[in-house]
Ligand binder design. Structure first.
Ligand code: ATP
Ligand code: MG
Length: 490
């Protein structure tokens, strides 16, 4: 083997220890509950570190999303220290310590996952690698069959297994902190904040990479991406979220390896898709995914539509929708996968509708069939739980009803559980000339006025449409546009 290029990060045997006086991570910015957990582990005689994204974010002056703890205490020992603690995961057990709504995840140091140079992947065909949809897993690499004694031998013959492409299927041994470093992805995610003296332990030059805003995989990039192709999506997510640049050696194999994402369980890709698009940086994630050719690996039909229609209104609508979603996340307002998938699948749904004869474009059956087909095609790569795909269907089914409000029936649409999402989609469409602005405005006003005035508006509309079924809602000028349940160029 050639000696690794200088830009590869190979963990050193001993950490560089950055004393408290030499870094800016202050306890004032650490969750008091995380501190409680760290102190209690320390007082119990264990090592206790903050690790992962929280240390990175604290160094960057960003408020961490959550705080993860790494320790040499075994899960059972952690459990004994905390009343409010539950062990989760089967083979690799993690402790969740609960404080109201905040959960501090405590993981025992895990053994290295990096194969030795020359180690051949072991084909393992019969492992069930399915994950529960929607399950929050911050350490998704390995939690399979149970074993009684956490440090005892697992109940089958090897602790670690790779599939034919090099993907880790199992990894279930506890280890020491220097081994734990190896199972982390990027150098910036592999910094350990030691509660014993508030220093940072750095095995991989991660502090320097954080300062340089560089995303660099630990070890040989191709091997690490093969072990877990989701790391390619994580790279894109951190590039978008942190504005880091991906080191050239880390970026290089992505083009060749992105198709390995096809082998990742659909439920996990669904989770990652939500993290990419609903984490507050969805528009940036979209740009990065497109630029790195990764959108096609998770949402091939969406990517195909956008590539076939460069600069389309659909793309503008999608990006604007993602920007609006980012705004909502930043304002702490709720966001929903239903709306996200309506945005993402807009192009594929429109393409399916437009492949039917134009006179059928506005029929409910056409719209519903198109939604079902678009969801089915997307499901080949990523699972979309039913509650969300049904929501997408309802949002699209409501579009003609919103575009053609009919007197008092319009008031009933207001009560529809999916009204708000469908209305938001109508607003977006009207912004890009895909639906009438006057109609969208009418719905906006309808929601703003008193119940009494609502009745008046509905009656005015009823008599206007009685005179002319194609009339726009009253009190707005302008000729009605041809409505489009789909996405014509407008
Ligand atoms: P975020 O800000 O999104 O929470 P994070 O870096 O904390 O970012 P998590 O998904 O919460 O990401 O994971 C916590 C840590 O676990 C990571 O920082 C990384 O060290 C490790 N990790 C998570 N997923 C992987 C993976 N697929 N491969 C290797 N290490 C991972
Ligand atoms: Mg995290």
């Amino acid at each position: 083997m050639n000696s690794p290029p200088a830009s590869l990060a190979t963990p050193s045997a001993d950490p560089r220890i950055i004393a408290r006086s030499e870094h800016n991570v202050s306890r004032a910015h650490i969750s008091p509950n995380a501190l409680r957990v760290l102190y209690r582990l320390r007082d119990g005689g264990f090592q206790a570190f903050l690790v992962g994204g929280c240390v990175r974010d604290l160094l960057l002056g960003i408020e961490p999303k959550d705080f993860d703890v790494a320790t040499d205490a075994l899960p059972e020992q952690v459990k004994r220290l905390f009343r409010n603690c539950r062990l989760v995961g089967r083979r690799f057990r993690l402790a969740h310590v609960f404080f109201g709504r905040e959960i501090i995840e405590v993981a025992t140091f895990r053994a290295a996952t990096a194969p030795e140079p020359g180690e051949e992947p072991i084909p393992v065909a019969d492992l069930d690698d399915e994950r529960v949809p929607g399950l929050e897993e911050s350490e998704p690499v390995a939690e399979e069959a149970a074993t009684a004694d956490p440090r005892g031998l697992p109940d089958d013959d090897s602790e670690r297994a790779f599939d034919a492409s090099g993907r880790i299927l199992r990894d279930n041994i506890y280890g020491t902190i220097d081994a734990d470093v190896w199972r982390r992805d990027f150098t910036c995610n592999s910094l350990y904040y030691n509660i014993a003296d508030f220093s940072i332990w750095d095995y991989v030059n991660g502090v320097a990479d954080v300062s340089a805003r560089t995303l660099r995989l630990i070890g040989d990039p191709e091997t690490r991406f093969r072990e877990d192709p989701v790391r390619m999506l994580r790279a894109a997510r951190f590039e978008a979220k942190l504005g880091f640049s991906i080191d050239p050696a880390t970026a290089a194999p992505i083009g060749k390896l992105r198709e390995l994402l096809a082998g990742v369980p659909q439920a996990r890709l669904f989770d990652e898709t939500l993290k990419l698009f609903l984490g507050g940086y969805g528009a940036a994630s979209f740009r990065v995914l497109r630029a790195r050719g990764l959108l096609g690996s998770i949402l091939p039909t969406v990517d195909a539509y956008l590539s076939a229609h460069p600069g389309s209104l659909v793309e503008k609508l999608l990006v604007r929708g993602l920007e609006n979603t980012d705004g909502r996340v930043q304002a702490d307002k709720p966001v929903t996968p239903t709306f996200l998938f309506a945005l993402l699948l807009y192009g594929p749904i429109a393409a399916i509708i437009e492949a039917t004869p134009p006179e059928r474009w506005h029929e409910l059956a056409t719209i519903l069939d198109a939604c079902d087909q678009a969801v089915r095609e997307a499901q080949a790569r990523i699972s979309i739980p039913k509650r969300f795909s049904l929501g997408v269907r309802e949002m699209f089914a409501l579009q003609p009803r919103l575009e053609h409000p009919r007197g008092r029936r319009a008031l009933r649409s207001l009560e529809h559980p999916r009204f708000r999402a469908a209305y938001d989609l109508l607003l977006l469409r009207s912004e890009f000339g895909m639906a009438s602005k006057a109609t969208a405005d009418w719905w906006t006003r309808l929601q703003e006025v008193s119940a009494e005035e609502r009745n008046t508006m509905a009656e005015a509309l009823a008599s206007a449409t009685a005179r002319d079924p194609e009339a726009p809602p009253p009190a707005r000028r302008g000729r009605r546009r041809r409505r489009s349940g789909s996405a014509r160029r407008g």
